[in-house]
Design a protein around this ligand. Sequence first.
Ligand code: ACO
Length: 321
Amino acid sequence: MTGKICGTGSWAPDKVWDNNDLAQMVETSDEWIRERTGVVKRHIAEEKEDTVTMAAEAARRALEDAEIKAEEIDLIIVATISPTEIMPCVACGVQERLGADNATCFDLNGACTGSLLALNTAQVYLAQSIYQTALVIGAEKLSGLTDWTDRGTCILFGDGAGAVVLKAAENGRYAQITHSIGKRGSALTLKSRNQVCYETDPKAKETYIQMNGKEVFTFAVSKVPEAIKTLLKREEISCEDIRYYLLHQANERIIRSAARRIGDDISKFPMNMAEYGNTSSASLLILLDEVKKSGKLNRGDKLILAGFGGGLTYGASLIEY
Ligand code: ACO
């Protein structure tokens, strides 16, 4: 058994900051950001648009697309590093909003690899016939965790959510490869606010995303293509058999470099960071939704999904649409 994609959805706030807006906040320019990252704008959530709200909206659209009722969902996993509350988890908040009363719900923190890890987890439950229908969501309100005075990070991130409904099916294919490198974790950090002492500044820099951009870049351009190539070899699939490679949308240069190293055409690597920036856990599922809605996917098409990010973590999965 595997989980077949039967519906996708995504949602992003209406408010948008383009690169010129950011140039009013920090010393940067539209030209620099476009050239170095491929980002042109990002969606920014209003106060009332919290992670649960965004996740629930993306999920509602995915259920509509899948033509299934909320009560039919057995499992909800939300990948996020920006939960509205630590407790209850975002997935339980989504359950409440949708009325998905029969679902088991939990959150998963895998940073920018989060939605890939959540998909992998759901697939294992479905493959074991523990559950029949799963809703996997990636949702982030990174604007609240971004230091808007740090030009090295604030140009990258944005808010949004993506969701996919998976149904257990006899036919289909799913394979995964994942790795973690905890000893390189200091390259990308976000200290929990419960670690900040009341006597010290509660808005300490460490409670915003901190990144060694070069180290993350070097890690991503070597490890992501390596994981994809290993997966393709193990599954005895050639590049020609892959319809699309959906990579975490962190930086256009990382994706172009990965395409070169994998040896496949860049046109098979759809990108949307120009519109959303890096939405961490949400990015892969927003992209999947856009590709599906473009009408360019046919049943049986093979997709590679790949993620990388804080941890450091990375991985790639093969799914037959
Ligand atoms: N605008 C203008 N100049 C800038 C900016 C900016 N926003 N940021 C840095 N600079 C300057 C630097 O100060 C430096 O100037 P100097 O040469 O005078 O010292 C110069 O531009 C080059 O800076 P670098 O940091 O070397 O720039 P780089 O080409 O590495 O690009 C970037 C920086 C875009 C952050 C890149 O390193 C990157 O994309 N890294 C990967 C980030 C990533 O993928 N993160 C994933 C996060 S995943 C998760 O789990 C959240």
